[in-house]
Design a binder for this molecule. Structure first.
Ligand SMILES: Cc1cc2nc3c(=O)[nH]c(=O)nc-3n(C[C@H](O)[C@H](O)[C@H](O)COP(=O)(O)OP(=O)(O)OC[C@H]3O[C@@H](n4cnc5c(N)ncnc54)[C@H](O)[C@@H]3O)c2cc1C
Length: 400
């Protein structure tokens, strides 16, 4: 029997091991931790957002700032509809939420962990915990793998070690693969501007955010937090511009159109209000569903005193329209988005054959998951890439 070793007992490693069913292979997972699937356990706030209800490979790849071109063929083999089918065959009911994220009905990541543990047990997979790999030698396209305690030999090797810098060093120095410099992705923005003070929890469903120095824009909901800004539009921007923002050391000017309206339309609206409600105080004005707390802060930051709408000058109106459609904030850093974060960077995709996920440099060496230079927006896409890549390897191993 041939020996397959999977380094990394995370999402990709376990999905692969759950799908390898071959009498020709003995399979072993080497996992450095004392428990499996630790990241999956805390994923999606403990609920595990395991895929996204998007069933076209062409549409799906648009959610991957890195890897979209390569993933087309991968998703043509195994995509979210297959993920649904796979879990339903294992007796796991899934549910689609209104934003198309998919979770187990149980709302618990433990359901997914239990499923993988059952499947790997059925497939007689040997799982070695507390087995940290510290060296890999390629000996004529077979592998000698050293952990802190033992040595193992493999006819085929899968590296599924997620975002481990030490493993990237081994992959580069021992196996000769190019590693695209890893940088964080999916983070929120730190901002200490007074405009945001005491506004945590307030969201803007249709905002437009813009980084002029990078000429990039994003639309969608944003949320004021106690450290700055979060929400889907911020996370999307952090993902698409992960490398550029790293180069800026996460210090940049962000422009926000809180309501996705034009300056001229807002100005017109304010002039109409001035005529219609001339006796009303500017502080009591209700426009664009803005919360009172935000409106107060905005007027305060513009140093517009509490006056009647009738007394608003043209300059005041221009200032308010400008602030609503083009607030300029200094971002001073990034903060972790607790529900999901990933690393952009990893094994260079040019060196991978995506028909099998095999290294183009070393036969019998495979990669899956975050170890590759593939990452996605938040919403279940990162796990979907793991499932699809691991599935492809499993099918190739099963047929060889
Ligand atoms: C807080 C958080 C929440 C998230 N939520 C979601 C979500 O809801 N949906 C989603 O799609 N994505 C989510 N993600 C991203 C997702 O978790 C990752 O994309 C995914 O886990 C990557 O899987 P992987 O198998 O490549 O790596 P991992 O799951 O990180 O597994 C790698 C494994 O390799 C082991 N390992 C590393 N080095 C060695 C070594 N030298 N020797 C032996 N073992 C080693 C590690 O201990 C680990 O168990 C989240 C991420 C975080 C941090």
């Amino acid at each position: 029997m041939k020996q397959l070793i999977i380094i990394g007992g995370g999402a990709a490693g376990f999905f692969l091991a759950s799908n390898v069913k071959s009498s020709k292979w003995k399979i072993k997972i080497l996992e450095q931790a004392k428990n499996p699937l630790q990241k999956l356990k805390i994923s999606g706030g403990g609920r595990c957002n395991l895929t996204h209800a998007c069933f076209s490979a062409k549409k799906l790849v648009k959610y991957y700032p890195r890897g979209s071109k390569e993933l087309i063929s991968v998703f043509n083999h195994f995509q979210p509809s297959d993920t649904f089918e796979w879990f339903s065959q294992k007796g796991v009911d899934l549910k689609i939420e209104s934003d198309h994220r998919v979770f187990p009905q149980s709302d618990s990541s433990q359901t997914i962990i239990d499923t993988f543990l059952q499947e790997t047990q059925k497939n007689n997979i040997e799982i070695n915990y507390n087995s940290k790999v510290i060296n890999i030698k390629n000996i004529n396209n077979k592998f000698e793998i050293a952990t802190t305690e033992n040595k193992f030999f493999a006819d085929a090797l899968v590296i599924a070690t997620g975002s481990s810098q030490k493993m990237w060093d081994i992959i580069h120095h021992q196996l000769g693969h190019n590693i695209i410099k890893p940088v964080p992705s999916l983070f929120t923005f730190l901002c200490s501007d007074k405009l945001l003070s005491n506004l945590q929890g307030i969201s803007f469903p249709e905002a437009e955010i813009h980084i002029p120095s990078l000429k990039i824009k994003e639309f969608g909901p944003i949320l004021i937090t106690h450290w700055g800004l979060s929400g889907p539009a911020v996370l999307k921007l952090s993902s698409w511009s992960a490398r550029e923002l790293f180069k800026l050391d996460y210090k940049f000017i962000l422009r926000i159109n809180w309501i996705s309206e034009t300056f001229d339309r807002v100005r017109e609206e304010l002039f109409i209000e001035k005529i219609k409600n001339s006796k009303k105080s500017i502080y009591a004005l209700k426009i664009y569903n803005l919360t009172q707390r935000f409106w107060n802060n905005l007027l305060y930051s513009l140093q517009i005193k509490d006056k009647k709408l009738a007394d608003l000058s043209k300059k005041d109106i221009n200032k308010i329209a400008e602030a609503l459609t083009n607030t300029q904030l200094q971002i001073n850093g990034k903060n972790t988005h607790k529900d999901e974060f990933v690393t952009a960077g990893g094994v260079d995709l040019k060196e991978i054959d995506f028909r099998t996920m095999q290294s183009k440099l070393i036969p019998n060496l495979y990669f899956a998951g975050e170890v590759l230079n593939i990452d996605a927006l938040t919403g279940g896409f990162n796990f979907q890439a793991c499932w699809s890549e691991a599935y492809i390897i499993s099918q190739y191993i099963n047929s060889n």
